[in-house]
Design a protein around this ligand. Structure first.
Ligand code: NAD
Length: 474
C-alpha cells in the first residue's frame, strides 16, 4: 500500500512537522505505510481551528447536525472496502470482523444523527417558566486505543458533533491510518475545523489532556493512562468520559446447558482475539460442568483458522503489537509455572507475525496473574467453583468493573446473581454486546461516564437552566 496519509487541521491536509513514523502490519511485522507525526504547534493550530469552528457550529440547528452526520455515514459507507482493508492491515483482525467494524461505524453515526437533545420544562406557570437546556461544551479532545480504531473514533466524534461541539482526535500511534482516512472523509462534507486530527504517541495525548482550550476529553484505553489524563485535565477542570480497562468475569451456574452456551462463551472471550475491553476475561464454572465445558471450548478453539486477516477463510488474526504479544506469552508461562493446565494453544506460532493461538487454561486459581490482570489477548482462564457465593465474591474482587455475565437456563436465578455483580453492564447468556441505543460504561477502576444513547449524548453537554420571569398584566 503506497497511499500517503495526512493530518487534517482546519479542513486542510498537512504533513507532520515532526516527520513521520512507520505503521506495522502485525501479521508480517513489516511497515506498510507512514503516519505523519504532529508537532505541539500543530496541536495548537488544530485546537484553535476547532475553537473557531465551534463559534459557528454551536449555533447550528438540529437539522443541520443531523444532515451532517447522515452525510458522514454515507461517506463511510461508500468507502467501506478501503476502510476495512486499512483496519485489517494496521490492526490485524480478519477481514469479516473489520467489515463489521466499518458497518458498526456507519450504524453508530446514524444512531447519533437520530438522537434528540431534550429541553425539559421544569415549571410552566403564569408568572414563571423554567427550562433545562443542554448546551455544547466547546472543543472535545478524543484519544483512542488500538483495538477497534475506527469504531471507537466514531463513538467519540459523532455524539460530540451531534451535541454541537467540535473535535480534535488523536488515534493510537499503533493504528492511526483508518482514523486519518475517516477524518479526511468527514472533512469532505463538514465545515473546516469541525473535526481535526493529529497523530503521535502518548506525549501528544498528554498535551491534549493538558490543553487549556479543550473543554472535555473522551478517552478509551488503559486504566493507568486514564489516571494520567485525569490528573492532567484538572488544571482547567475538563469534563471526562473514561472508558478504561476491564477484567470481566463470567459465572456459569450449575443448571446451564453446556452445548447451548459454549459457542457464545468462546466468541465473546475471543472477540477480536480477546483484545476487546468488555470481552469475557475470567470464566468461573460450577464444578459439575467444568470438564465438559472445557472440552467444548477446546473443540471450538481448534476449529479456528489462524493467519493474516486478509487471507481467505481466516477466522483468527494476530495480536496487534509486540508488547501485548509478549504480555500474553508471559501470562501463560506464569500460569503454567503455577501448575495450571494448558488445554490448547499455549505457545506462540513460529515465524513472522504476532500470532498466538486461542488458548484455554484450566486448573488455575485467583491470585495467578492470568486471572487477576487484564490479559487483553487470546487466552481464557477457566476457574472451577463449588459455591456460587464464592464465585460472586471472586468475580467482584477485581478492581475493574466494566462488564460481567451469568450463564444459566434459570433466568430468575441468573438475574439474582447478575444484580450482585459490580460492573457497568451485566449480560445473561451473553457477553460483550454493545448497542448504539444502550448506555455503556464502567464502574470502579474501569472508568466513569457512559457512551451511546441519550445518556451518552448528554455527556457532551452542560446543563443550562433558563429561569424566565414572565411579564405580568397591569
Ligand atoms: P493506552 O492507554 O496505552 O493508549 C490509548 C491511547 O492513549 C493511545 O492513543 C495513546 O497514544 C494515548 N496515551 C498514552 N499515554 C497517554 C497519556 N499519558 N496521556 C494521554 N494519552 C496517552 O491503551 P491501549 O493499549 O491502546 O488500549 C488497550 C486498553 O484499552 C485496554 O486496557 C482495554 O481494556 C482498554 N479499552 C477500554 C475500552 C472501554 O470501552 N472501556 C475499549 C477499548 C479498550
Amino acid at each position: 500500500m503506497t497511499r500517503k496519509f495526512s493530518l487534517i487541521i482546519d479542513g486542510r491536509a498537512v504533513a507532520g512537522e515532526r516527520g513521520s513514523f512507520p505503521v506495522l502490519n502485525p501479521a508480517t511485522e513489516a511497515s506498510f505505510a507512514d503516519c505523519p507525526s504532529a508537532s505541539l504547534e500543530q496541536l495548537d493550530s488544530a485546537v484553535a481551528a476547532a475553537g473557531r469552528a465551534f463559534s459557528r457550529w454551536q449555533a447550528s440547528s438540529c437539522e443541520a447536525r443531523r444532515a451532517l452526520l447522515e452525510a458522514i455515514a454515507e461517506r463511510i459507507e461508500q468507502n467501506a472496502p478501503e476502510l476495512a482493508e486499512l483496519v485489517v492491515r494496521e490492526q490485524g483482525k480478519p477481514l469479516a470482523l473489520a467489515q463489521m467494524e466499518v458497518a458498526g461505524a456507519v450504524a453508530w453515526t446514524r444512531a447519533a444523527a437520530a438522537l434528540d437533545l431534550p429541553v425539559e420544562v421544569i415549571e410552566d406557570g403564569p408568572a414563571k417558566r423554567i427550562e433545562l437546556h443542554r448546551r455544547p461544551l466547546g472543543v472535545v479532545g478524543s484519544i483512542t486505543p488500538w483495538n477497534w480504531p475506527l469504531m471507537i473514533a466514531v463513538w467519540h466524534i459523532m455524539p460530540a458533533l451531534r451535541a454541537g461541539n467540535t473535535v480534535v482526535v488523536k488515534p493510537s500511534s499503533l493504528t492511526p491510518l483508518a482514523t486519518l482516512r475517516l477524518v479526511e472523509l468527514i472533512n469532505e462534507v463538514a465545515p473546516a475545523g469541525l473535526v481535526n486530527i493529529v497523530a503521535g504517541g502518548g506525549g501528544l495525548g498528554r498535551e491534549i489532556a493538558r490543553h487549556p482550550q479543550i473543554r472535555k476529553i473522551v478517552f478509551t484505553g488503559s486504566t493507568p493512562t486514564g489516571q494520567d489524563i485525569m490528573r492532567n485535565a484538572a488544571d482547567n477542570l475538563k469534563r471526562l468520559t473514561l472508558e478504561l480497562g476491564g477484567n470481566d468475569a463470567g459465572i456459569v451456574l450449575a443448571d446451564a446447558d453446556v452445548d447451548a452456551i459454549a459457542e457464545g462463551i468462546f466468541q465473546t472471550a475471543f472477540l477480536n482475539m480477546g483484545q476487546t475491553c468488555a470481552a469475557l476475561k475470567r470464566l468461573y464454572v460450577h464444578e459439575s460442568l467444568h470438564d465438559r465445558l472445557c472440552e467444548r471450548l477446546v473443540e471450538i478453539a481448534r476449529r479456528q483458522k489462524i493467519g493474516d486477516g486478509m487471507a481467505e477463510g481466516v477466522t483468527f488474526g494476530p495480536v496487534q503489537n509486540r508488547e501485548q504479544f509478549q504480555l500474553v506469552c508471559e501470562l501463560v508461562e506464569d500460569a503454567r509455572a503455577a501448575g495450571a493446565r494448558i488445554l490448547c494453544g499455549g505457545e506462540p506460532l513460529p515465524g513472522k507475525g504476532y500470532f498466538y493461538p486461542p488458548t484455554i487454561v484450566a486448573d488455575i486459581r485467583d491470585g495467578t496473574r492470568l486471572v487477576d490482570e487484564e490479559q487483553f489477548g487470546p487466552v481464557l482462564p477457566v476457574i472451577r467453583y463449588t459455591d456460587v457465593e464464592d464465585a460472586i465474591a471472586r468475580a467482584n474482587a477485581s478492581e475493574n468493573g466494566l462488564g460481567g455475565s451469568v450463564w444459566s437456563s434459570d433466568i430468575a436465578r441468573a438475574r439474582e446473581v447478575a444484580a450482585r455483580l459490580e460492573c457497568g453492564t451485566v449480560w445473561i447468556n451473553g457477553h460483550a454486546e454493545v448497542l448504539p441505543h444502550c448506555p455503556f460504561g464502567g464502574c470502579k477502576m474501569s472508568g466513569f461516564g457512559v457512551e451511546f444513547g441519550l445518556e451518552g449524548l448528554l455527556e457532551y453537554t452542560a446543563p443550562q437552566l433558563m429561569n424566565i420571569n414572565l411579564p405580568q398584566p397591569g
